[in-house]
Design a protein around this ligand. Structure first.
Ligand code: UTP
Length: 233
């Protein structure tokens, strides 16, 4: 990986608030990992998902209101990403840029800090999509999607117990696996709209879980990490 370009980490809310409670053990270890990398000269954008909090608010609103638009559900989801992003900004407040990216059209000029935190942006997408926008706008060297999904499998592991992890595949193949439909609060390895954009822009994305020793393998350029790399070709 190239240290001269920023690394985009899409930090799934599933790792921040796995069951609606904050995973302080993981976040402390993650903070230490990123801080060591910063002292070695790496720069980061961390876009934070909503996780169980998003799903709890989306399901709660659905149960109370009954008929509700995806637009309204997405706004609930976006606010949970803002809350989680604020937590991450607080953890990194001594090294992070003071403003959380919420409106991706306002590009940060003259960035001095080694780390920027971002939240969800607009309805109809997810923080996976936002990570691709950051990669495009800030010339990222790598995009790493960390969540409770450790690898892409050759079929849906929730439906097929014999599903097997795939180490490398193309966006075209990945889109065949996950389809093209998007729903508020959905939990897929990478969302279908972000998939389309990453493919168009010719970007690659690492899909990994929360294991930081495994993440280190990616930073060291080793190919034997546990997870999946999705590539244009
Ligand atoms: P995410 O789906 O990005 O959070 O946002 P997550 O589930 O933590 O992410 P992963 O899959 O583990 O990486 C939560 C919800 O917020 C809304 C969507 O409804 C989304 O499902 N959202 C988020 C938006 O509408 N727009 C955004 O830009 C981001």
């Amino acid at each position: 990986m190239d240290k001269s370009k920023p690394v985009i980490i899409s930090l799934g809310g599933s790792l921040v608030v796995p069951n609606g409670g904050i995973d302080s053990t993981f976040l402390s270890a993650f903070s230490e990992f990123i801080r060591i990398k910063i002292t070695l000269g790496w720069r980061f954008f961390i876009v934070v998902g909503g996780g169980a909090t998003a799903r709890m608010y989306i399901e709660g609103a659905r149960a109370i209101v009954g008929s509700i638009t995806d637009w309204d559900l997405d706004w609930l989801g976006i606010h949970t990403t803002r809350l989680n992003a604020h937590l991450i900004r607080t953890i990194f407040q001594d090294v992070a840029h003071p403003r959380i990216i919420e409106n991706y059209e306002k590009k940060i000029e003259d960035l001095k800090e080694p780390l920027v935190v971002a939240s969800g942006w607009k309805p109809g997408r997810s923080t996976d999509y936002d990570a691709i926008i950051l990669a495009r706008d800030y010339g990222a060297g790598a995009i790493i999607n960390m969540s409770n999904i450790v690898s892409v499998c050759d079929k849906d592991p929730n439906r097929y117990p014999d599903a097997k992890p795939v180490h490398q595949l193309t966006w075209e193949k990945f889109q065949e696996l996950i389809g093209t439909e998007w729903h508020p609060g959905s939990n897929v390895p990478f969302d279908p709209i972000a998939t389309k954009l990453a493919h168009e822009l010719g970007l690659s994305v690492f899909i990994v879980g929360s294991d930081l020793e495994n993440l280190e393998l990616i930073f060291s350029g080793k190919s034997d990490f546990v997870g999946t790399i999705i590539t244009p070709e």
